[in-house]
Design a protein around this ligand. Structure first.
Ligand SMILES: C[S@@+](CC[C@H](N)C(=O)[O-])C[C@H]1O[C@@H](n2cnc3c(N)ncnc32)[C@H](O)[C@@H]1O
Length: 364
């Protein structure tokens, strides 16, 4: 436990004092993370794409504004009771630092793979039809793609490096539409997170809704192995290795389906197949909550930053994703869109599977 976590832990019974503490300490901590990790992330991006132009001054200004707004929204969500304040400090900095030597020794292989454009360098080939072609790639140029325990171990610190310590914060923006629904339902919800990876979102959601029945689905058994380590034995959570295009659940089984940072890695027709499957397994009145990269429909103002991402990192479907609005995909697949809004370089879109005869309702 870090010093900040210990200090924060002394204050839970004094709401005013803890809110004041959080309003001072939390933004300072996130700014420190953004500065230190931001430098590391910049170095990696520059090594991968040395000739890529720097972000425009307009984009930098907008990203600063969005960064402040993201932290403000995080604090407001805690104050509104959507999730416990411990989540503000839950990023496991020390365990991530412990993985640094392994990550550093991997950098030469990672760079060499990117310079050669060798995106097919993954161990899962030969797995029959278990994995679709689009999946068998070294996304981000990461060693082994999604298909090894080492990749799963290094993924979370790598993503925090890329996002300057805001990855978990952006993931948390998908929690309020779920907790608002739980409050209205007045009973534990059954929730499925598709493409759950190492479970960073699911474990935060579990702390916000300790009675929920959680399911995590991912095509990588290695990432699910890592996910299992994040959960307390008391948590009601099940993991399934499967393709999100054909969910192994009965129609109407879930109150909520979530997905975080997966859709930008799917080809266009697959995005629709996955949303249709999510709709099928939702009960009437259930919600699909997607958190993923911002898109041009909401974030044209930082277009140069969004377009730079696939120049450094192997993201073959990202350019197409940028103009394939998630809210429109939900509508095309028969969902009613309740909300769609950007958070820094991400966005959260909320769709509802309408009950027959239901009229319009606000998201929270
Ligand atoms: C960028 S990671 C996001 C992981 C996690 N949700 C997070 O917040 O970091 C994408 C994840 O989607 C999974 N994935 C990609 N295509 C999939 C598919 N068709 N079915 C199930 N999982 C898939 C990958 O295995 C990987 O764990």
């Amino acid at each position: 436990m870090s010093d900040v976590q210990s200090a924060a832990g002394l204050l839970p019974t004094l709401p005013n004092l803890s809110a004041t503490f959080d309003r001072v300490v939390y933004p300072a901590r996130q700014r420190g993370l953004a500065l230190s990790l931001g430098v590391g992330g910049r170095v990696v991006s520059t090594l991968l794409a040395p000739t890529a132009p720097l972000p425009s001054s307009g984009s930098v200004r907008e990203l600063r504004r969005r960064f402040d707004a993201l932290l403000e929204q995080d604090l407001a969500n805690v104050e509104a009771g959507h999730y416990p304040r411990e989540l503000l400090y839950q990023m496991p900095i020390l365990p991530y630092l412990v993985r640094l030597p392994e990550a550093l020794t991997d950098i030469p292989r990672f760079l060499w793979r990117s310079y050669r454009g060798n995106y097919a360098d993954v161990p899962g080939r030969g797995g029959g039809d278990r994995y679709p072609d689009y999946y068998l790639r070294t996304f981000h140029w990461q060693t082994d793609g999604w298909l090894s325990s080492r990749s799963a171990r290094l993924y979370d610190p790598g993503v925090e490096l890329l996002f300057g310590g805001t990855a978990d914060v952006m993931r948390r923006m998908a929690i309020p539409p779920v907790t608002a629904m739980a409050a209205r339902a007045g009973r534990p919800l059954r929730i499925l997170d598709i493409g759950c990876g190492t479970g960073r979102f699911l474990s935060q959601l579990g702390r916000a809704l300790p009675d929920a029945q959680l399911y995590g689905l991912d095509l990588s058994k290695h990432y699910l192995g890592e996910a299992r380590r994040h959960f307390a034995a008391a948590q009601d959570v099940s993991f399934v290795v499967e393709n999100a295009e054909s969910l192994p659940f009965a129609a109407g089984y879930f109150d909520v389906v979530t997905s975080v940072f997966m859709f930008h890695e799917l080809p266009k027709p697959v995005r629709r197949r996955v949303v249709r499957e999510a709709r099928r397994v939702l009960a009437p009145g259930g919600r699909l909550v997607i958190c993923d990269s911002a898109q041009l429909s909401d974030s044209a103002v930082v277009e140069d930053v969004l377009l730079a991402f696939p120049k450094s990192y192997h993201e073959p479907f990202y350019r197409g994703y940028l103009s394939d609005d998630l809210a429109q995909i939900m509508r095309d697949c028969g969902l009613h869109v309740l909300d769609s809004r950007p958070h820094l370089v991400s966005k959260v879109v909320v769709g509802e599977k309408r009950r027959a005869g239901r009229t319009r309702r606000a998201v929270q």
